[in-house]
Structure formats: C-alpha cells, structure tokens
Design a protein around this ligand. Structure first.
Ligand SMILES: Nc1ncnc2c1ncn2[C@@H]1O[C@H](COP(=O)(O)OP(=O)(O)OP(=O)(O)O)[C@@H](O)[C@H]1O
Ligand SMILES: [Mg+2]
Length: 293
C-alpha cells in the first residue's frame, strides 16, 4: 500500500514543502532572458511561464513576464489589465513604444512585472513583415528597458520570461531572437517528440542567422501523469535525447493549475500547498541553481 503513486506523491509533496519553505533563490550574475516556446498548442507554455515567474519572484527575485501571445493568456493569469485600449506588446513591437510604458506591476507577488498582450497583437504578426529588422524588435526593446532601469536606479531584473504563441511566426521568432535561453515545455504524451524536431530545426536556423547565443537550456515535462506507463516512457525518451537540459522536476497534471487562471492568479497563490504549486517551485529552484549558459 505504501508504494502507490498517490502515496509517493504525498510523500514527495511533504518533503518538498519542507525543503522549499522560506527558500530564497540566488540572483543570477546578469539578467537571464528565457523564452518559453513550443509551436504545439496547449502543452503548458503559459502555465509554465506564469507559475515559474511567480515562484522565482516569491523566492525573492525580480521577474518580468512578457506576453507575446495575442490570446493574452499570461496577462489573464496574472490578473493584469489587457483590454484593447491598454498599451501592450503590440505598441512596443509595431509603434516602438518603450517597454517601460506598458509594463504593469502584478498585484499577486512583490517583485513581479508583466508586459501584457492585447488582442491587437494578432495584427503585429502581419504588420511586422514589412518592417526593418523585423526579427529584432523585441530584442531591442528589452535591451533599452534594461538599460533605462539601470540609469533610473531601478532594481535590476533577475529574469525575463517570454510566453510565446503556438506558432513559429514572427512573434515567436522575435521572442527567440530576444533571448539567450529557450525553455521548452513538453506534454508527456505520444506525439510529444514529433513537433520537437521542427522546433529544434528552427532554433538551429535562428542560431545561424540571427542569434548565435541561443541555447535550449531547459526542457520541462508538463501534465505528467505518474500513473501511466506512456508518460514514463515519453519522459525517458526525452531524458535520453536531452540528458542535460531536462529538468528533474516534472509538473503533474493538476486541476489546481488549470483552475488558477480563472481567478486571475497563479497556482502559487491560488493553492500554495498543492502538488502543482510545489512542482513549479521546485522547477524554479532548478533554474536558479543551474548555471546560465
Ligand atoms: N499541469 C497541468 N495540469 C492540468 N492542466 C494543465 C496543466 N498545465 C496546463 N494545464 C491546462 O491545459 C491547458 C493548456 O495549458 P497552457 O495554456 O498553459 O498551454 P499553452 O501551451 O500556453 O497553450 P497555447 O498553445 O494555447 O498558448 C490550459 O487549460 C491549462 O489550464
Ligand atoms: Mg499559451
């Protein structure tokens, strides 16, 4: 009876709660810009972006979430105003509005900021096509924002996490050009690795032409159901292919994670002791303890 998946999960949650209690994360040497990407829809990009960001911020770090998806799911989950009249990433990318003019404080956690996406952002994918240096717009905005915080005596950002839409269009390309690191969430299911080949090929092309520093630094298994043999098999395949990048922590399938956004909250404040919240905190600890590339 002691070795059922449920008992194992309870034991692990208990251990995690104790390990993570009051834990403060080390700040990186310089701001780490991480893009969360996977062109496959619904694999947990947004959940991973907002919950990791909240976990890092609760660990005492200064974190900015950039919502690059016209769906605006990250903005919703963080309870940030993103009605169409609000300035957001469309204005930054297309109108050259400084990032500092659209960034909002996230009420939920101290130290957390969000640059929201409004529905206008869907137009940016097309409007960007004819612009000069269209792939570098976000990179330039982030660079200027980090520099302006420095001259204004603002607190240095420790992490910038960018949530991508489920496509490989110009919004995702901008996000990949702006970052040093890519975090790929993978849903532990049968087709998981098929889409990955295409994503990695695109990342390779970007590295050759637009961003030589880009690295796939992290792979996170999401919606992991420890009771199924398939999930274990997919996890093992992923670990075999990417032994250094794959997080030890997996994110369990959890109703709490899916409920939290409808309250404009991350799972970390919606239900801090749930398995999902603890898993994201453990993943945040892994990020903060792995050396930046
Ligand atoms: N660990 C989890 N357990 C249960 N449900 C989850 C989990 N992670 C995400 N979900 C739910 O699955 C759906 C897809 O997740 P999410 O929006 O994070 O994926 P996404 O990759 O950002 O999707 P899209 O490609 O549309 O942007 C959402 O309804 C979310 O609440
Ligand atoms: Mg999303």
């Amino acid at each position: 009876m002691d070795d059922t998946p449920l008992m194992r999960q309870l034991a692990r949650d208990h251990a995690r709660r104790r390990e993570l209690e009051g834990l403060v994360f080390d700040a990186p040497e310089s701001t780490r810009v991480i893009t969360v990407a996977n062109q496959k829809g619904g694999v947990g990009k947004t959940s991973t972006t907002v919950n990791l960001a909240a976990a890092l911020a609760m660990g005492g770090l200064k974190v900015l979430v950039i919502d690059m998806d016209p769906q605006g799911n990250a903005s919703t989950a963080l309870g940030v105003d993103h009605r169409s009249e609000v300035a957001g990433m469309y204005d930054v990318l297309v109108e050259s509005t400084p990032l500092e003019d659209v960034v909002q404080e996230v009420g939920e956690v101290e130290g957390m900021l969000c640059a929201p996406a409004t529905i206008d952002l869907s137009g940016a994918e097309i409007e960007l096509v004819s612009m000069v240096a269209r792939e570098n717009r976000l990179r330039g905005s982030i660079r200027d924002y980090l520099a302006s915080r420095e001259t204004d005596g603002g607190q240095r950002l420790d992490y910038v996490l960018i949530d991508c839409p489920p496509s490989l269009g110009l919004l995702t390309v901008n996000s990949l050009v702006a970052a040093r690191e890519v975090l790929i969430p993978i849903q532990a299911e049968y087709y998981a690795l098929e889409g990955l080949t295409l994503l990695l090929k695109n990342i390779d092309l970007l590295r050759q032409h637009l961003n030589p520093e880009l690295e796939v630094s992290s792979i996170l298994l999401t919606m992991y159901d420890a009771r199924t043999r398939l999930a274990a098999q997919v996890a093992q395949d992923v670990r075999t292919h990417f032994p250094d990048q794959t997080f030890e922590t997996t994110i369990p399938r959890s109703v709490r994670i899916s409920e939290a956004p409808s309250y404009g909250q991350t799972v970390l404040s919606y239900d801090p002791t749930s398995s999902g919240a603890l898993a994201y905190r453990a993943a945040a600890r892994e990020i903060s303890t792995r050396p930046a590339p």
